[in-house]
Design a protein around this ligand. Sequence first.
Ligand code: AMP
Ligand code: GLC
Length: 457
Amino acid sequence: MRLWKGLYMNAYENVTNAMPRVRGVLLAYNTNVDGLKYLETNDLEERIERVGRERVFELVEKPPGRIRNLEELFAGILWSITHGKAAEWFVESDEVREYLMEWGWDELRMGGQAGIMANLLGGVYRVPVVVHVPQNTETQAGLFMDGPIYVPRFYDSAFELVHPREAVEDGEDLIHYIYEFPRGFRVFEVEAPRENRFIANADDYNARVYMRREFREHFKKIAERVDLAIISGLHVLKERYSDGSTYRDVLDRVASQLRVLNRLGVKSHFEFAYTASEAVREGIIEMLGNFTSVGLNEVELASVMEIVGDSTLAEEVLNGDLFATIDAMNLLMDETGIERIHFHTYGHYMALTRYRGEHVRDALLFAALAAAAKAMHGNLERLPQVRDALSVPTNERAFPLVEALEREMDMENGIVDMTDRQLAFVPTKIVASPKSTVGIGDTISSSAILGEFARTL
Ligand code: AMP
Ligand code: GLC
């Protein structure tokens, strides 16, 4: 498939040439500290034995979805390993938080969709970004890369944008403990079918989508400085909080900020993440039509189909059925009126848009390079790392899908013309032994929306 090699090279050039045109990108709301630990079999087995292996294995069968004691912590880790799936549970016990802190981490990294995208867009792509940082402690601020990355600071009626390291404040470190494991990782009789991670989330701010005062009171001034906004972090919302407030209060605030963005003509992308609460998911879907674009993976699209479609379609999407996935994307577009839907899964990406152009496909190709580079290095630091990913082989397993689309839908060069819509499809680059998996989805979605948008300026 020589075709894709040429398309990949052109896409890299086209996107990187256009990126300097972007004046600014707003990234909100979730920024935190990720403490990454690469699990080791012996250490994990000993810890599980100490808290009681039998009880932990019982809990793996009935996953509690939150962490109130050590048994639940290890059940979460084992559940992820057993299924090779990502999961994120809140830590509701101070004792467990202390334990996690003592167990420690191998590496501290920027965490949260907004934070990760800030380092990628601002630090690596050098596009100016304004980012929401709930608690800008020394540890948090120290994780921001150099580059045009800003947080807003207001004093009296004046306003300035400064690098997060120039705005360090007292506060709490919002730590998410990330337990990464490779494919084939063994613990007792369990073996991981694929690489993935479990997240123990010890963070009381992002859990409620905390919004800083500057963002609540001066949002318009911030929005005037950008021409694209990427919104994320709503997935953690609970239906009701102990003080009587609900997820609705947060969604209303987001909706009013979205109205400001739309009035100013700022394009907006919503980055979906697995949203456990069905009510919250429904609330988010109702708001989608006010965004320009949405990004999601197969699990997330299936969870959306549980609401706007039916469980059969959801099941087919989850099983990787290509044409069912395209149906699901069309249905989501019909139901919400959104202009762009970007779907990503292991091995290929698709974008359904209400407009046409090769720039949509090119942006997906560029995103696949960024994802491969992220998988290879764990942390992206320089643009040439993305270019180097051109040498990673294109996923051959997606070629039968390309052929099916060419046959059934007259796809040419990764583009299907659907009278009032366009579908772009790309086979991606797969890194055989990724360093880590956390943050790849964010890298894909933000690279694609930025790469596409830059070329329209
Ligand atoms: P998410 O499911 O949103 O966390 O995003 C994970 C995405 O990362 C998957 O959909 C893949 O497209 C991509 N990905 C995962 N592992 C690799 C890998 N080894 N090489 C390249 N891309 C990967
Ligand atoms: C979630 C996690 C965060 C992680 C991010 C990566 O937001 O809470 O810790 O960095 O996902 O996508």
